[in-house]
Design a protein around this ligand. Sequence first.
Ligand SMILES: Cc1cc2nc3c(=O)[nH]c(=O)nc-3n(C[C@H](O)[C@H](O)[C@H](O)COP(=O)(O)OP(=O)(O)OC[C@H]3O[C@@H](n4cnc5c(N)ncnc54)[C@H](O)[C@@H]3O)c2cc1C
Length: 390
Amino acid sequence: MNFELSKEQREVKERAAEFADREVAPYAAEWDREARFPAEVFGKLSEAGFMGLCVPEEYDGVGADFLSYVLLLEEISCADAGVGVTLAVHTSAGTLPILDYGDEGQRERWVPDLARGEKIGCFALTEPSTGSDTAAIEARAERVDGGYRLSGHKQWVTNGRAAGTMVAFARAPEGVTAFVVGMHGEGISFGKHAEKMGVLSATTDDVILEDAFVSEEDRLGEEGKGLRVALGTLDGGRIGIAAQAVGIAEAAFRYAARYAAERTTFGKPIAEHQAIAFKLAEMQTKIRAARLLTYEAAWMKDRGMPHGEAGARAKLFASVAANEVTYEAVQTLGGQGYMKDHPVERYYRDARVTEIYEGTSEMQRLVLSRSIMRELAAPGGVEGSRPVVG
Ligand SMILES: Cc1cc2nc3c(=O)[nH]c(=O)nc-3n(C[C@H](O)[C@H](O)[C@H](O)COP(=O)(O)OP(=O)(O)OC[C@H]3O[C@@H](n4cnc5c(N)ncnc54)[C@H](O)[C@@H]3O)c2cc1C
């Protein structure tokens, strides 16, 4: 077993950390306070090659592996979780499904602009009447001459207003179907701009489709096979959200540990009171465990192994850990932790959504418990979840 990153992965991690320290972290509190989408930072992410890091070079990406992309997300989210989720949705939900499920024409038509960062991608599955129950979507794709007309209400689309391309799902005659949609066509408008608890530098918007024309050529995969596209995309996307959660937790831990070393009560640093010292030990342990699960899932994806359950496990553990760690970070700072003078209250708010989007923690538990039941029913019984090695 080898826990070392490759030279290329280490370089990505170092470049991403340096970028995050210079271009993201100094402004994160301001973007949060103003709830502002920092469009300017995405130009810089593009110049650094970070908008298409794990996209093959033939489509104008950098050609790095998925684990490198996870390292990037972790570093960016450590500085600002809103920028982290924008990048995560752009890449894993807005770009990779076109590579994975599209034909050559679709890849050539849509992916290079996304990989170069000239367009931001988004993913529109959720509707006001349904989120977890993806098969219940109501948006319609009516067949017309040369393609489809899409109508419906897509809710909470991350990157919505900022996006140039959308992977959208609607019900066609044969069932739920995926489409690639240019955001500036007729029949596409924006509804409510969500006012959120956290990740305030990300924009989250309702997208209204009114007879929006999508040509036959831009149907992603077969008609009626859209849920396969949606669920397969989310299998990878969840690894990205796990990385986001690890990044937020790491930021909270570092801040709390430094504070605990400096703040004194009863004649010594609070880090020397066992109650606080043990908190730090637990926080660090949870982060390391979350990181290992996340890297394992990315490693499996890079090797073409089934990674749905590994991704669910990583997201479940990392998002719960991020909530626990940020909670304890606030507690470590006492009253200061509750104030906007310190970033831990932002980390606490930002962590909350990692248990909700790209599948709630309950849905991850459902995925994992069903797989345990399947293994139990299989000949030979359950071995639990099979370890990667051994
Ligand atoms: C900030 C933000 C950004 C988002 N970005 C996007 C995006 O870019 N694209 C997109 O398509 N969607 C997006 N979403 C939507 C998100 O994916 C959904 O909110 C999420 O999947 C949950 O769906 P829901 O909100 O409809 O909750 P519901 O499905 O109504 O669930 C409500 C509660 O019931 C639980 N529950 C539901 N069914 C079961 C069950 N069978 N067993 C046990 N518990 C169950 C859930 O876990 C949850 O606790 C975003 C959401 C947020 C908050």
